[in-house]
Design a protein. Structure first.
Length: 174
């Protein structure tokens, strides 16, 4: 049974696809960029890299240091993940990671389709929360719990608005 890639695995593949790097250089990306939400710990990065290598998705080439390169199979697997429509259960964080890596996709239409799906998913999630908040179960909750759910609703609405604005900004590039 093939191993299932984690979001960290895809983040590593994307970074290696963009530029062959050492494990240390990858750790530094996570320490010095907004990708810092991923642990830069050697206990996280190196096992994930070993798994990618074992699956044949990356390969190491020793040029003084152990430099990691994406393999053709790794590129195919990454591109499949990158261009898949956003699923209804996909986290916003994972979707935004995919959006960021789409920056150099040769077909801008893929990015626009991704954003269209993102808008639909966010609007659907927001609608579900709005309906739930209007129901009896939500009204029976403590006020602070309802306020927390309302924060989630506002976040979903803001994400959908952001995606609409991103779509408008990018559609001129098609």
């Amino acid at each position: 049974m093939p191993a299932i890639l984690t979001t960290l695995g895809f983040a590593l593949l994307g970074l290696i696809r963009a530029e062959p790097r050492t494990g240390y250089a990858l750790r530094m990306v996570f320490e010095t960029t907004p990708m810092g939400s991923y642990s830069s710990s050697p206990g996280s990065i190196y096992p994930a890299l070993k798994s990618l290598e074992k699956q044949g998705l990356i390969a190491a080439q020793a040029i003084g240091k152990r430099v990691l390169h994406i393999t053709p199979e790794g590129r195919r697997k990454f591109d499949d993940w990158l261009t898949a429509p956003m699923g209804p259960e996909e986290s916003v964080e994972t979707a935004l990671l995919r959006f960021a890596f789409l920056h150099d996709h040769p077909d801008r239409q893929v990015t626009l389709e991704f954003l269209t799906t993102f808008i639909t998913v966010m609007a659907g999630r927001a609608s579900g929360l709005r309906n739930w908040l209007a129901g009896d179960e939500a009204q029976a909750m403590p006020l602070q719990a309802r306020l927390a759910v309302m924060h989630g609703l506002r976040s979903l609405e803001a994400s959908a608005q952001w995606a609409s604005e991103a779509y408008e900004a990018l559609k001129g590039e098609v």
